[in-house]
Design a protein around this ligand. Structure first.
Ligand code: DAT
Ligand code: MG
Length: 155
């Protein structure tokens, strides 16, 4: 095995929920072999939005981003697997759907930077996955379980 199994934070944003894309997105991660260990259908409040996007506080698009992410329910999830953070980011595509390759989530399901359907922890920011999981989930909301196909997914 080349990479560690790890957990990563993923969220279907309000546009993805409104457009009925939760099932499609969950399905892609399931089919890839990732294991769902936490899920919460919820509304993000102003404070959580500021904490979650703290790194973008000084950017001109920050207020619009907070307004968008609090505008409707989101599907917050924790997915586990080998190299999960980087693999999820690869499956998501680029930040701008217009730059995202077909076959990626943003490249298949979006068109506009401000409506890019999904969030995933940044694999280039060490610890971002753990930080975001902690921000959205209590320990007892994460489920330890064994996938029946685990021996066929991993050598
Ligand atoms: P990502 O979501 O790919 O990790 P990011 O962390 O750089 O991208 O930015 C967070 C979100 O902010 C992104 O999903 C969409 C929005 N955003 C980023 N850059 C933007 C820009 N230049 N104008 C408007 N919105 C932007
Ligand atoms: Mg980011």
């Amino acid at each position: 095995m080349s990479e560690e199994r790890e957990r990563t934070f993923v969220m279907v944003k309000p546009d993805g929920v409104q457009r009925g894309l939760v099932g499609e997105i969950v399905s892609r991660f399931e089919q890839r072999g990732l294991k769902l260990v936490g899920a919460k259908f919820m509304r993000i409040d102003e404070e959580l939005a500021h904490d979650h996007y703290a790194e973008h506080e000084d950017k001109p698009f920050f207020e619009g981003l907070v307004e968008f992410i609090t505008s409707g329910p989101v599907m917050a999830m924790v997915w586990e697997g080998q190299d999960a953070t980087r693999q999820v980011r690869a499956m998501m595509g680029e930040t701008d759907p217009a730059d995202s390759a077909p076959g990626t989530i943003r490249g298949d399901l979006g068109l506009d930077l401000g409506r890019n359907v999904i969030h995933g922890s940044d694999h280039e920011d060490p610890g971002a996955n753990e930080r975001e999981i902690e921000l959205f989930f209590d320990d007892d909301e994460l489920v330890e379980w064994e996938q029946v196909d685990e021996t066929w997914l991993y050598e």
